[in-house]
Write a protein that binds this ligand. Sequence first.
Ligand code: PMT
Length: 210
Amino acid sequence: MRLLVTAGPTIEKIDPVRYISNFSSGKMGYAIAEAGREMNIDVTLISGPVSLPAPCGIKLIKVENASEMAAETKRIFPDSDITIMAAAVADYRPVLQAPQKMKKESVSLIIELEKTEDILASLGAMKKPGQVLVGFAAETENLLENAHAKLVRKNLDWIAANDVSGNETGFGSDLNAVTLISRNGTILEIPAAPKIEVARLILKEILSAS
Ligand code: PMT
């Protein structure tokens, strides 16, 4: 059994000292990797820049931006039985990256952004029978409706609908609460708990259905 997990944010550079990113700490993805290791699963963790220690007994691949995360994830994915994308991949990156630190010469600044690759959708298109693909949906409104739309659009088997509108759970916190939805329509509510507990319940549910 081989498990591929992504974690953390990506950072998209504007110039050598500035970037666009988000508040992901990597805690949720690292907890899933750790829960997999506890279950004696062979785990590969692809991580954006985080300040968490490298976990023991897990293959760790560090990346910086969405394009590197896409390349590494698509490289490992064909050999993975279960893939869980907990990373908060930047949806946009600057069209141009300034080679030198930009000077603050004008009163306002417009930075043109372009879409990054939707890695999960690419994996959904590559998926072979028997592979299980799991996404997270970080939502601040219409949680279940938006999460279900992502499950269908990206050809997923499961999605963890993650309400990120509060401070107690979601980005950066030690706790999380998710609703795990399968493509067959089963729904498992996982109430607020430490991320390692949430990770164990997600993996247990997915493994028991596989
Ligand atoms: O890291 P923590 O601080 O512990 O916080 C955990 C978390 C809130 C980041 C995590 O639980 C979570 O919800 N991760 C998904 C964040 C996200 O990007 O959600 P989304 O709804 O924007 O994306 C949906 C899915 O598509 C995600 O699985 C995402 O990894 C994937 N995606 C998104 C954009 C993109 N360009 N490529 C992708 O693969």
